[in-house]
Design a protein around this ligand. Sequence first.
Ligand SMILES: Cc1cc2nc3c(=O)[nH]c(=O)nc-3n(C[C@H](O)[C@H](O)[C@H](O)COP(=O)(O)OP(=O)(O)OC[C@H]3O[C@@H](n4cnc5c(N)ncnc54)[C@H](O)[C@@H]3O)c2cc1C
Length: 436
Amino acid sequence: MTDRVEDTDVLVVGGGTAGFGAAIAAARQGARVTLLEATSKVGGVMAFCPGMPWGGAYPMDEIIGGLIEELTVRLASMDPPAAEKRNCTLDNFGPEIIYDHDLATLTMFEMLEEAGVRVRLGTIAIAPDMDGDTVSAVQCCDRQGPFSIKSKYVIDCSGDGDISAKAGVPYVLGDASGNMMAVTISFFMVGVDWKRAFADPDPYFEKYAAKGVAENRLHRDLAKLYLMRGFHEGTVFCNSVHVRGVDGTDPVAVGAATQEGRRRCRQLAQFLRSDVPGFENAHMSMLSPTVGVRETRKLQGIYRLKGEDLARATKFEDGVVACDNPIDDVMRAEGEMTHDAAIGSGQYYTIPFRSLVPEKVTNLMFAGRILSADPAAFASVRGMPQCMAMGQATGTAAALALRSGATVQEVSREELVRCLSQQGINRLNVVEMAAQ
Ligand SMILES: Cc1cc2nc3c(=O)[nH]c(=O)nc-3n(C[C@H](O)[C@H](O)[C@H](O)COP(=O)(O)OP(=O)(O)OC[C@H]3O[C@@H](n4cnc5c(N)ncnc54)[C@H](O)[C@@H]3O)c2cc1C
């Protein structure tokens, strides 16, 4: 227990893309918002794997709209521009947004400040205090010690859902067998001759990788190197070093995987310089500070989004964002990296608000990669633009609930969808009742 107590209207736990969306949306609707982020930077996975493209932003080649559009326009309007739309070189992925990492995170922080969000970096949420089915406060800790924050509504955007799990929201870890997708550590090669490096259109550089693996100079999981042009000329983003079987909720396992991943990144950087044309004079830069964790808990919401919903191109009545991403599965257990189409070509589905709302806890929502989804749906919905929009939906819902003192389950879904549409989120007006 502690004497230090703060209070707020909406407490957002986690400053990744989902938390960014949730905090700004609630604050712009007039709520007093506190955003807690355990690390020293906003972005979450985006900050842990700097330079990761914002994928899935263009279902049917139209931007999903809302905050990701605002952020992209803001970056693209800079002189020189700091973001642009590019085609992805992998099958089944639509166009994506490539951006300058430092300007993007700086701009995200500025947008939080402009919205009046109280951002607390280096602060970790530890446990909720429950009053029946309501979170009355959240116990936190910063370098000055423990304290608690009383909040009318809490939005868990922590990627791992610790607070929701402790508040009693049921969850599944990974797939039905508990297997989670591999974690990944990324880096850049800087000083690459793009023309020579990308002369061969294979995005995986398989013929080179095969030699490296056969000669034991690359780890066997590096048979496919995914190398892509970075935002700046001569930079190459290396999103290739995957470590299997890591429980992202276990800090010791995450630390060990980070160090193992760093060793493999160094090995790969040396290999690129020695074996791949165009990389001879390049060097490694922006090595991830920690592995990026794709998948841990999937919380149970009022509705669990399923692979079949995607295949049927379901547009839910309470859909909050469109998506057409493939089923982007990455090395679960002994599995491979696959990205099969989730949906017929030229179609999209929407993510329902009910997948962000627990059945019982009256003032808690969750957004981002912890949404309620089965493993197939999860593998598609988890792109950063969609996470940001899920956050935007929960932040807006919290502000609506605040006005009337409603529970999160009572929020008018029609009104929420109308508000999101007014905020510029596209394709929400296509109402088709799904078989549920
Ligand atoms: C290696 C990798 C590659 C990917 N590639 C792409 C890609 O190319 N394009 C794309 O769009 N998406 C990609 N994704 C998916 C996407 O990055 C994630 O799904 C998305 O970033 C998740 O966002 P989030 O906000 O839900 O969670 P996270 O980004 O995980 O953010 C959660 C935040 O909460 C903080 N936090 C956690 N617990 C607490 C606590 N108790 N108190 C305070 N703070 C806390 C964390 O520090 C973190 O900042 C990739 C993911 C990974 C891991």
